[in-house]
Design a protein around this ligand. Structure first.
Ligand SMILES: *Cc1c(COP(=O)(O)O)cnc(C)c1O
Length: 362
């Protein structure tokens, strides 16, 4: 099966095998060593000198942890939303009682840092900015560094969903002065689902001390205090930690620059192939097209769902569909984590063939 959705992503055999290891005491010395190595790996990829927290949950749980650990009910926040995951982060904030001001763009567009700056200037009560780094539903990467600069200059918190970017495209949290940053094991990390990662800056920890949103399982203080003893507050997804440990060996061998360059090259190839087929990318400005997922409009008159079904059933190629209002209108090819140009080539060859067949049949 050629799994070309933007997460969960395929895992290397060594990573899968690492998950078959026997259980051990999750509060014992052997697991402590694994947790230390995995945390070192996270710090390396995030570009953090403080320990990045890991939580047993999916990416969305990580986003919930980001919100409840830094905000209070009634806090005013600016939601920057360019697609379905931007909407999700906004919904979490609302569910916990934040007062949300929206900067929502047409799906396919990237956020404009100048607009964010203006909105923050016009409303000094906005305490935090919620933003998706890489919007997986539209294949758009926001200019996060430029956005962070505007937020920092106005001394607000910046809370970032980097679930589908961290480890695949640059997102150095300290260099860009981000405050709260979340990722998840099943995206670019070459590991199955089960762990979310949470970085919090000094500013975020200061906000945490005042934050009144209810929290228990996701309480970052509990996780941080346990990590000091090289434990988790609750029983963690141990097998996924074994797998992260192995994945970091592979990632360190390739090097961060090597990983970023590979993602860039494969993304370039993907965009080149789909545009040469006469297809249109969902990102309006190619400058913001994602290096981890490519979203493409199905052409007028093409039954995209039928093509996706045939690709899966007859060719073993699984491509992503559209989320929310893009359902049936677009397809997405994930190219993050354990991926080669050949994987993408095979998938696009199949889409090309099936589109031609469908056209010939009508
Ligand atoms: C996948 C993804 C999530 C959510 O992850 P789950 O693990 O499904 O909860 C959040 N944000 C972005 C940008 C994603 O790509």
């Amino acid at each position: 099966m050629n799994l070309r959705i933007p997460g969960p992503t395929p895992c290397p055999d060594e990573v899968l095998a690492a998950g078959a290891r026997q259980m051990m005491n999750h509060r014992g010395p052997e697991f402590a060593q694994i947790l230390r190595r995995v945390t070192d790996g996270l710090n390396w990829v995030f570009g953090s000198s403080a320990d990045v927290l890991s939580i047993t949950t999916s990416g969305t749980g990580g986003l919930e942890a980001a919100i409840v650990n830094t905000l209070s009910p009634g806090d005013r926040v600016l939601s920057v939303s360019i697609g379905s995951f931007g909407e999700r982060l906004k919904s979490i904030a609302k569910a916990y009682g934040a007062e949300v001001t929206s900067y929502a763009l047409e799906w396919g567009e990237a956020a404009d840092p100048a607009v964010i700056a203006k909105m923050l200037d016009e409303d000094k009560s906005l305490k935090a900015v919620l933003v998706t780094h890489n919007e997986t539903s539209t294949g758009v990467t926001n200019p996060l560094q430029a956005i962070a600069r505007e937020v920092r200059a106005r001394d607000r918190l910046i809370i970032v969903d980097a679930v589908s970017s961290m480890s695949s495209i640059p997102c150095p949290v300290e260099r860009w002065e981000l405050d709260v940053v979340v990722s998840g094991s099943q995206k670019g990390w070459m590991v199955p689902p089960g762990l979310a990662f949470l970085y919090m800056s000094e500013r975020a920890w200061a906000a945490n001390a005042e934050a009144k949103m209810p929290r228990f399982y996701f309480d970052a203080v509990k996780t941080r205090d346990s990590l000091e003893k090289l434990q988790n507050p609750w029983t963690p997804a141990m097998s996924v930690y074994y797998q992260m440990d192995k994945a970091f060996e592979l990632m360190r061998a390739e090097g961060l620059e090597g990983i970023f360059t590979r993602h860039e090259a494969i993304a370039d190839y993907t965009r080149g192939r789909v545009t040469s087929l006469g297809l249109k990318l969902v990102p309006v400005d190619p400058k913001f097209a994602s290096n981890t997922v490519t979203a493409v409009w199905w052409p007028e008159g093409v039954d995209g769902k039928a093509i996706s079904k045939k690709a899966r059933e007859e060719h073993g190629v699984v491509i992503g569909g559209g989320q929310g209002k893009l359902d049936g209108k677009i397809f997405r090819i994930g190219h993050l984590g354990f991926v080669s140009q050949q994987d993408v080539k095979e998938a696009i060859d199949v889409v090309e063939k099936l589109m031609a067949e469908q056209k010939a049949a009508v």
